[in-house]
Design a protein around this ligand. Structure first.
Ligand code: 5RP
Length: 293
């Protein structure tokens, strides 16, 4: 019990100061509940409002893809440089040290492997398990224009409803079928559908023309996937352009873990995303870090 003798009688109520009532800076997120905002703050660095997400969830339909054969060997050493890790619950429980305290974005949809129709996904995680794993957000694939478009959107809206009950944001991941045109018109459609139906933020691909119209017309933050492996300079240039044109970060996989120097790559990606370092300068730093290794 507190010692009554120590109770002080003088008080300072700071009557001259209005109560602080800060708005939450992340685009479109101010009306979310405290828990959801707190989780998003574990994804988007509050200092910059941006994120470097490391995506290693590819195995949920690809199996042990190049660079992810041994996540304990190749990915765990990169964790100190990621703001957030995007992975499946199987990898999280089996391989990621629970001492990793930054945000986990949990892959929450799945079903078909690369051998089948990929848009035919189901929800693959129960919200209770996601809470048990203390995740920062749930990620669900949305196949706008795909064969199972409605089903994938319904997966997302069900996860949004479940997430809203507990303050868990949902990341809508726009999946572009191989027969679809990857242009701004499609990305505007797909990202807006995700946002309108409740995604807290949306992942999409960068497009060379009019990407700024994709970010402008989406009322919540957009992060870009890296896509297939390109040169380090090209990947850094894409990230830089995306940020300049309104993206709130990257959710990159192959261009980090398939790089010739993944540790150097994610470090310079941070510089591009959080500090606006120009791509050539970032690439020079990459070369230096790579040699040091
Ligand atoms: C798989 C995903 C991946 O996380 C996404 O494709 C990001 O990885 P990459 O940068 O390798 O494209 O959502 O469907």
């Amino acid at each position: 019990m507190a010692d009554k003798d120590a109770v002080q009688e003088s008080h300072n109520y700071h009557l001259d100061k209005p109560a602080r009532n800060e708005t939450f800076a992340l685009k479109g997120s101010n009306s979310l509940d405290w828990g959801a905002k707190n989780r998003l703050s574990n994804i988007f660095a509050p200092e910059t409002g941006r994120t470097v997400m490391l995506a290693v969830d590819h195995g949920y339909f690809l199996g042990a893809t190049t660079g992810l054969e041994r996540i304990d060997v190749t990915i765990v050493p990169l964790l100190p440089y990621a703001d957030t890790l995007m992975c499946t619950r199987g990898i999280l429980r089996s391989t990621i040290p629970p001492t990793f305290t930054k945000g986990i974005v949990l892959r929450a949809s799945g079903g078909p492997s690369i051998l089948k129709e990929l848009s035919n996904e189901e929800i693959a995680v129960d919200i209770e398990d996601a809470l048990r794993l203390n995740v920062a957000a749930l990620a669900v694939q949305v196949f706008v224009g795909g064969e199972y478009e409605t089903k994938s959107i319904h997966n997302m809206t069900r996860l949004v409803d479940a997430g809203n009950r507990y303050g868990v944001p949902v990341l809508g991941v726009t999946a572009v079928g191989k027969d679809m045109v990857r242009d701004a018109k499609y990305m505007r459609l797909a990202t807006r559908v995700c946002a309108e139906l409740g995604a807290s933020y949306v992942k999409t691909y960068y497009v060379d023309e009019e990407f700024e119209t994709v970010t402008a017309s989406c009322p919540v933050p957009i992060v870009i996937a890296g896509g297939k492996k390109v040169s380090e300079l090209d990947a850094l240039t894409m990230a830089h352009r995306a940020i300049e044109q309104g993206a709130a970060g990257v959710d990159m996989g192959r261009n980090v873990f398939q790089s010739e120097a993944p540790g150097a790559m994610i470090q310079v990606l941070r510089k591009v995303v959080h500090e606006g370092t120009p791509p050539r300068e970032a690439h020079d730093i990459f070369e230096t870090l790579k040699r040091k290794k």
